[in-house]
Ligand binder design. Structure first.
Ligand SMILES: N[C@@H](CCC(=O)N[C@@H](CS)C(=O)NCC(=O)O)C(=O)O
Length: 225
């Protein structure tokens, strides 16, 4: 059935949040099917029909097309609404670095949450091994943020003076382990940008609903990562 709205399978504080934020900024109607997949079988089952990997985010377009992979959704939505300026145009000088970092984040950082969220997937029930995996992946994520910070020269936003979906992506994922306080230490240039996006008045109500700034949020998180 063709609907006039997007459907996003997602969860509070999860990788669906930058996609939902993008739809909000674009003024596109969307419905969220809440499916915190890390909570187990029954939540994963909600997503299985649209994504055999049973992961969120999964986006269903108004035309009924399924898109998995958060970066693909973000780039596709931004490119399809060029008037909103949420991605650099194909011939813009910022385009190469936009694609570089939009690819780096899922490949080098987000992918590690498959094991961080459930270390037993790789090391079984051994609690000490699980703690080592958590610690080692936290260090790797911090190193990746530090590397990215060393390679960029932000303006008000990561690619210059125009906010893009890259800013939304980094703003959300930098709230996961090893959490924002560590991110601020290792990525001081990006720290200023994510604070700006946290405070964006167009997103105040959205953040309150989908990734609230509760007491101590910069050290803690709601998402399993
Ligand atoms: N490559 C995917 C990763 C998605 C992902 O790892 N999602 C997590 C939640 S934030 C998930 O559903 N995990 C459950 C699982 O992998 O079993 C993307 O970028 O969208």
């Amino acid at each position: 059935m063709v609907s006039s709205a997007y459907t996003i399978y997602g969860a509070l504080g999860s990788g669906s949040v930058p996609v939902e934020a993008t739809l909000t900024l674009l003024g596109q109607p969307y419905a969220v099917i809440e499916a915190p997949t890390w909570e187990g079988e029954s939540q994963q089952a909600k997503v299985a029909a649209v994504n055999p990997l049973r992961q969120i985010p999964t986006l269903v377009t108004p035309a009924g097309e399924v898109i998995t992979e958060s970066a693909a959704m973000l780039i596709w939505l931004a490119d399809n609404h060029p008037q909103a300026g949420l991605s650099p145009a194909l011939d813009a000088p910022e385009r190469a670095q936009f694609l570089r970092w939009m690819t780096f984040i899922p490949a080098s950082i987000y992918a590690l949450f498959w094991v961080r969220d459930e270390p037993a997937r790789l090391v079984g029930d051994d609690a000490a091994m699980q703690a080592r995996v958590k610690a080692a992946t936290a260090e790797r994520i911090a190193d990746c943020w530090a590397m990215m910070d060393s390679q960029i020269s932000p303006g008000a936003y990561l690619l210059g003076d125009q906010m893009s979906v890259l800013d939304l992506y980094v703003t959300v994922i930098s709230r996961w382990g090893p959490r924002r306080v560590r991110f601020y230490e290792v990525a001081p240039k990006m720290a200023a940008v994510v604070r700006r996006v946290d405070a964006d008045p167009r997103l105040t109500a959205f953040w309150a609903e989908r990734f609230p700034f509760f007491e101590g949020w910069e050290r803690l998180g709601q998402q399993a990562g």
